[in-house]
Write a protein that binds this ligand. Structure first.
Ligand SMILES: Cc1cc2nc3c(=O)[nH]c(=O)nc-3n(C[C@H](O)[C@H](O)[C@H](O)COP(=O)(O)OP(=O)(O)OC[C@H]3O[C@@H](n4cnc5c(N)ncnc54)[C@H](O)[C@@H]3O)c2cc1C
Length: 463
């Protein structure tokens, strides 16, 4: 039996399992999906709050690249009034993902065995061409191929200022722990680090629990995510087939296209999407660093947009002054018995200001630096050189097909997809990219096992 163990059942791992079960092959497959939390949800789709909407309209959220209307059809089956332009709840998308997993399990061929194991994987030990995977309960699994669908890393804690305050009960490091947010008293004043989609998510959650205290959110430039406008259609290859791999040149072209006045920036940003991975891979390393230093915040706020109705709600919170967005940087924290002072340096201002709040919430965005991860499996894999964080601190060293490279730079039988490939591909964290990666990865895994079987068979016959 060809054993494939997938660790992590967020969107990436679940879709890989589905694609493997749907793959037409003669070889026997033994597929195991290991998850420490809920199956088929991950961080994004396990929210219990109906106010948390997808940031992408329903028509673009199918699990299957060759059936673009699959999600919409599923929605319309439940509610015939659903439209492709609807922004539905993330909870609902999690239901859909679980439906797809159950359906694939029931329809799988007799050659595919499938099981789910509710455990945390804590270590992996290579043994010849296969692996032994240690689970938290002391048991272990063997595998010929392992998929590390480990997803988004916890939000990075700002490394400046280095402060003992980050150990305080008034500091909430992980905004995805629902109970941490529900335990915030409604009158508490909050300081949020970050003004991106995570901040938007948490403000909505606080509103849903009738929060009355003041919320101040800060980022270096104070940029909020832009709103979608579904009337804008993506441009086709706006930079031509082979754009010059230089940030300055790309930026110049971007402005030149907009200066003509015929096109909206949304059409331009969306038009670049099919080319983004190639563009990123073509950029020399110093150019990638330049992009991260100078362009990233602007790119993120224009590329990762929010539904118009959410943008409307955020505007309202700002107008009523319940939410204030600031640009600047944190200089220090001073905690007293019952409050914390956050001293900030507003952008382009000489004087620092001191804010008095009850809690500080870290919404600095999903971390991608594996060196900052503290989960046992990642620590074990890095220590033993089986995986290597990439130089930009945005994922793991791997090949475009997801094959992970070890400390010696050699390809292994460990694979990944989704967020850990961000350093290699830049655009690797959303549904359209991950669903394609899962399909290709399933093919890669089956082909490599089939070829290993053929080689073993040939060796056996020769003997
Ligand atoms: C809040 C939010 C909203 C988003 N909204 C959209 C959207 O509207 N549209 C869109 O296209 N994209 C969206 N995305 C992006 C995208 O869909 C997600 O990033 C994607 O779901 C990533 O899935 P993943 O499986 O790779 O990672 P994750 O969702 O992080 O899942 C990883 C899973 O692995 C498990 N795991 C990790 N380590 C272990 C271990 N050692 N043992 C066992 N289990 C383990 C975790 O428990 C987790 O369930 C959103 C992302 C976020 C965070």
């Amino acid at each position: 039996m060809n054993k494939i163990v997938i660790i992590g059942s967020g969107f990436s791992g679940t879709l890989t399992a589905i694609q493997l079960m749907q793959h037409q092959t003669d070889i026997m497959l033994d597929i195991t999906l290991v998850e420490r939390a809920k199956f088929g949800r991950g961080i994004a789709y396990s929210t219990p709050f109906a106010q948390h909407l997808l940031n992408v309209p329903a028509g673009k959220m199918s699990c299957f690249p060759n059936e673009p209307e699959h999600f919409l059809n599923w929605l319309q089956n439940k509610n015939p009034d659903s439209q492709e332009t609807d922004f539905v709840s993330r909870q609902r998308f999690g239901d859909y993902l679980n439906h797809c997993l159950n359906e694939a399990e029931q329809a799988r061929p007799a050659t595919a065995h499938f099981q789910k194991i509710h455990q945390e994987a804590i270590a992996i030990q290579p043994s010849g061409e296969s692996y032994a995977i240690a689970l938290e309960d002391g048991s272990s699994l063997s595998a010929d191929r392992v998929v590390l669908a480990l997803g988004n890393s916890p939000n990075a804690i700002p490394n400046f200022p280095k402060s003992p305050f980050y150990q305080s009960a008034r500091f909430i490091a992980n905004p995805w722990l629902t109970e941490k947010i529900t335990s915030i008293p409604p009158e508490a004043d909050l300081f949020i680090i970050g003004t991106g989609l995570t901040m938007v998510d948490k403000v909505l959650q606080l509103q849903a629990q009738n929060h009355r205290g003041k919320i101040i959110a800060l980022s270096r430039r104070g940029l909020l995510p832009q709103a979608h406008d579904l009337t804008c259609k993506p441009l086709i290859e706006p930079f031509g087939k082979h754009p010059t791999p230089s940030v300055r040149e790309l930026f110049r072209q971007f402005r030149a296209i907009l200066a003509k006045g015929e096109n909206n920036w949304r059409s331009l940003v969306d038009g670049l999407r099919p080319q983004t991975q190639q563009l990123w891979q073509d950029l020399p390393e110093p150019e990638k660093e330049r992009f991260l230093r100078h362009v990233r915040p602007y790119w993120e706020s224009h590329r990762h947009r929010m539904p118009p109705e959410i943008a409307g709600q955020m505007e309202q919170f700002i107008e009523t002054r319940q939410l204030e967005i600031l640009a600047g940087r944190i200089l220090a924290y001073q905690e007293s018995d019952n409050r914390v002072e956050v001293i900030i340096q507003p952008r382009k201002q000489a004087e620092s200001i001191c804010l008095q709040v009850d809690y500080v919430l870290n919404c600095s965005g999903s971390g991608a630096n594996f060196l900052q991860r503290t989960d046992a499996l990642v620590v074990n894999l890095i220590k033993n050189g089986l995986i290597v964080p990439d130089r930009l601190g945005m994922g793991l060293n791997c090949l475009p097909n997801g094959c992970l490279l070890n400390r010696e730079g050699a390809a292994s039988n460990l694979y990944t997809l989704g967020p850990p490939m961000k350093g290699l591909l830049w655009e690797s964290t959303a549904v359209p990219e991950i669903r394609q990666q899962a399909k290709t990865l399933a093919e890669t895994l089956v082909n490599s096992l089939a070829s290993q079987n053929r080689m073993a068979q040939a060796g056996h016959t020769a003997r």
